[in-house]
Design a binder for this molecule. Structure first.
Ligand code: ATP
Ligand code: AMO
Length: 468
């Protein structure tokens, strides 16, 4: 045979057929001298392979060679598919076996590994059970996983997470292209801060002071002034966060959108609504196996969302919290705890864990946010979007009048000299516009009910980690 079969595709329909597979040796179990079982894994899916001495087919040396392989080595195996008498219990292990005829080691792993993949793939419940039963098992902590990320990535759950992440980006791009948006690429080395505040990495740009972009905010808006009309970007965002939380990274992937509007920033919210319903639908339809692999290690309930996304005003949200006995400052921001609590209240009352909160107090929004037309001192034309009580999106209509923009930036302590080309872009006739920014890692974390954003970042950068 010279066509390859993927381990994921091995099933009973292939019974008695000869197949060729390539995978990693997950476990090796010699039985006396004449037999050895290898569990071979490819992208999280495993299959049991049996070597048994047989005249002219499988030699004693070959069994010996197999028994001496190191875990995680990559092997090519040619063999015959057979169906075992008893059903195999593991969900990601295929329901067939391979009777090995040929075995070739493509790449050998060192004999002692810093992480055992089988241990790293177990759920907390399985770990507790195994420990109680007296099994010798090493609990793999987060730091060890991240230090040896290439090994950690091989677990079925992680194979699922990064395929799910890829699908979110894919649907984001396809959906927006189909709505007439174009993909842009804005600079990440910029002269001034794009969001204000202290969370900015400063650097020396050939003698000039510069920053790593905290968002594509300024340049995506300028692209609208350049009549690109509807734009999106998928790119890195840098934030010099100084405290360690479960949901902040120092570098994350921003999914950004900016668009002209005719009248109202609800036109932007309409895009958020349709975009995210398509993302969630697509994950549920096209990533069933991946979600199952994540759920097996990190159990979670499927996300509850409506066909038309629930929209509540900030005031209504604050009132719901008040009714539940939680006092909130009417023009302050919701803290993490209040956001979580509101998520819970909304889920109980409206049966959705995905919703938009709009008409935020102006005082808690960035300088470029348009004040409300009917109450410009207190409220703004802005919104945040939540999954399971945690923020995944911020968005707003933008100030397109240069004088007001300058005044707002100054009022919020921004050095307007560093963003003068941005402010000037609005002096040549500026379209009404709005947009939003999404944190990709947060979307995947919260859709899958995970407890830490480091699980959904391939090589996370946080206030202490910059390797691997
Ligand atoms: P955004 O930048 O859009 O606002 P975010 O989720 O980082 O996204 P923040 O406005 O920074 O939201 O913070 C919202 C709330 O989260 C804050 O009111 C605060 O309670 C909490 N929070 C933010 N940053 C931290 C942090 N570094 N440590 C602990 N809590 C934080
Ligand atoms: P904001 O600062 O809210 O808005 O960021 C947008 C979204 O990015 C995600 N996010 C983060 N993810 C991981 N680590 C972080 N440190 C982090 N900070 C933010 C969140 C958040 O909702 N320019 C505006 C967007 C806009 O109005 O278009 C902005 O950057 O999911």
């Amino acid at each position: 045979v010279n066509t390859w079969t993927r381990v994921e595709a091995l099933d009973r329909s292939l019974e008695n057929r000869t197949v060729l597979i390539r995978g990693r040796v997950q476990t090796i179990r010699p039985v006396a001298k004449k037999m050895a079982f290898l569990v071979v894994r490819e992208n999280g899916y495993t299959v049991q392979c049996l070597l048994q001495t047989q005249p002219d087919l499988v030699s004693l040396q070959m069994v010996k060679f197999a028994a001496a392989l190191s875990r995680e080595s990559i092997v090519d195996i040619e063999g015959i598919v057979s169906v075992p008498d008893t059903l195999i219990k593991a969900a990601t292990q295929q329901q067939v076996e391979i009777q090995v005829r040929k075995l070739y080691c493509v790449s050998r792993a060192v004999p002692t590994l810093p992480i055992n993949i089988e241990d790293a793939a177990r759920s907390e419940v399985e770990i507790e059970k195994a420990l109680q039963e007296g099994e010798k098992l090493v609990r793999v902590n987060q730091d060890t996983r991240l230090n040896f990320r290439v090994l950690d990535l091989r677990t079925p759950a992680n194979q699922g997470i990064f395929r799910i992440q890829s699908q979110v980006g894919n649907v984001f791009r396809q959906f927006l292209l189909s709505e007439g948006f174009i993909e842009i690429h804005t600079p990440k080395l910029i002269a001034g801060t794009s969001e204000g505040g202290a969370a900015v990495f400063r650097l020396n740009y050939k003698g000039q002071p510069a920053c790593l972009a905290q968002s594509p905010q300024l340049h995506k808006q300028m692209s609208i002034c350049g009549d690109l009309s509807r734009v999106f970007e998928i790119g890195p965002v840098f934030r010099a966060e100084d405290s360690n939380t479960h949901r902040h990274l120092c570098e994350f992937t921003g999914l950004d959108v900016e668009m002209e509007i005719k009248k109202h920033y609800f036109e932007v919210m309409d895009i958020v609504d349709k975009l995210f319903v398509s993302i969630f639908d697509s994950l549920n339809q096209n990533c069933k196996k991946e979600l199952e692999a994540v759920r097996k290690q990190h159990p979670f309930e499927p996300l509850k969302y409506l066909r038309q996304t629930l929209r509540l005003t900030y005031e209504e949200g604050v009132q719901m919290l008040k009714d539940a006995g939680i006092e909130i400052e009417p023009f302050g921001d919701l803290n993490t705890e209040a956001e979580r609590k509101l998520g819970q209240l909304v889920s109980e009352k409206y049966g959705t864990e995905f919703y938009i909160l709009y008409r935020y107090p102006l005082a808690v929004r960035p300088f470029y946010t348009m004040p409300c037309y009917d109450n410009p001192k207190e409220y703004s034309n802005s919104f945040d979007v939540f999954i399971r009580g945690e923020e995944i999106i911020s968005g707003a209509q933008r100030v397109h009048k240069p004088d007001l923009l300058e005044q707002r930036a100054e009022a919020l302590g921004i050095d307007v000299k560093t963003i003068s080309t941005y402010i000037d872009s609005f002096r040549y006739g500026a379209p009404l516009h709005g947009g939003f920014g999404v944190g990709l890692e947060r979307v995947v974390m919260l859709f899958c009910g995970l407890n830490n954003i480091r699980k959904t970042s391939l090589y996370p950068r946080d206030p202490v980690r910059i390797v691997p």
